[in-house]
Structures are given as C-alpha cells and as structure tokens.
Design a protein around this ligand. Structure first.
Ligand code: IMP
Length: 192
C-alpha cells in the first residue's frame, strides 16, 4: 500500500506523522534490544488489544526468540479524546501461567500512563519474575507514572491513528501513522 500524505477517517482529517519505513526501523531496533534482554528468560509477551496488535506482530517477529504470547484488553477512554481515568480490564487469557516468568507488556501508545499503571498492577498480582513494557509511542508531555522500559518514539500529545491505532474503530488498518490535523481538532473521539 502506497504511503498516503493525508487520510480522512469518519469526519476527521489526519496527516502523515510516521511513515511505515520509519516504523520498520524503530521496530527492528527495539526487537534487537529486547532479544538481548530476554534471550535467556522464560518470556511471556502480553499484547494489549486492540491497538498493539500490529506492532506486536512485527515486534515479536523482529525479536526472533522463543516466547509465549497472550492478550489483554484494557479500556480507559470513553467517548473523549482523553483518558477517563478509570481503567477497565476486559479479558485476559492464561494469566495463571505468569508466576516466576518474565512478562513483557506490548503497548501501542502510552499517553497519561494510567492504563499502563493499571495493567502493571493487575499483572503483578500474578507474581511474575519481572514486568517490563515496550511501547511504540509515548507522549512525554502528558505522561505520568512508571516509565516504560522500551520506547520506540516520543511524540507530542496529539491524537494519532494507524498501525493498529484507531479513531472510532477507523484507521487501524493503515501501515503508516497519522496525526489529527489540528485544523479539524476538537470533537469527540472514541477508541478501544
Ligand atoms: P493512557 O491511559 O492515557 O496512557 O492511554 C493509553 C491507551 O489509550 C492506549 O493503549 C491507546 O489505546 C489509547 N490512546 C492513547 N493515545 C492515543 C492516540 O493518540 N490514538 C489512539 N489511541 C490512543
């Protein structure tokens, strides 16, 4: 799919922020770093749905080390462009198998940090050997809480879509990442 400079999702315009080629090199670098860190560990990757599915798919292949893969869904955004502050963990498969194992949370984007904090607390109850986080994107201006150990790229606190991330379920399929065109900002956005 050719890189588009601008896309319209529902009623909003988004402009290109991170082309697929740059995403590939970020993922490659993170994959190498994580492979070194986890080569000797009993690793469980916890993929946060839905947004991290595409990143996790590429990252896990870039790591090229054995791991178990499981999925968790956490929602903190209501019908707004900002976190509601309450994090609801919807489902999680095989959490009984985390004890004494190395857990790597794979997130698409960390904004306020509330979702990540709630996920870490939830997973810690299962007494893993370690918990670390790899996130593709981080918004440092809005972020508070435990710093993710592996960050692909820091971005300004604007709403982004593509490469798994959505606006009202639209735009997840895009191979590049787009940012809300500020001239069209200001209405509600719901995502999961
Ligand atoms: P936080 O709790 O504010 O850190 O929000 C984290 C979650 O909100 C992420 O897992 C994403 O699902 C979602 N999110 C935060 N910022 C964006 C964005 O710019 N675009 C799409 N989803 C986002």
């Amino acid at each position: 799919m050719a890189t588009l400079k601008r896309v319209i999702i529902h009623d909003k315009a988004f402009k290109l922020l991170i082309p697929a080629e740059e995403i590939r090199s970020i993922v490659h670098r993170m994959g190498q770093q994580l492979a070194e860190r986890y080569a000797q560990e009993d690793l469980v990757c916890v993929v946060i749905l839905k947004g991290a599915f595409m990143f996790a798919n590429d990252l896990i292949r870039a790591m090229q080390i054995p791991c178990e893969i499981t999925f968790l869904r956490a929602q903190s955004y209501g019908a707004q462009m900002y976190s509601s502050g309450k994090v609801h963990i919807e489902f999680f498969t095989n959490h009984q198998r985390l004890q004494d194992r190395a857990v790597l949370i794979i997130e698409d984007i960390v904004d306020s940090g509330l979702t990540l904090q709630a996920i870490r607390e939830y997973l810690a109850q299962h007494r893993p050997k370690s918990i670390e986080t790899a996130t593709l994107l981080l918004k440092p201006d809005t972020f508070q809480g435990p710093m993710p150990e592996y960050v692909g790229k820091a971005i300004s606190p604007l709403f982004v879509i593509g490469y798994g991330m959505d606006y009202n379920e639209g735009g997840r399929y895009l191979p590049d990442i787009y940012v809300l065109d500020s001239s069209t900002a200001g209405t509600t956005v719901k995502q999961g």
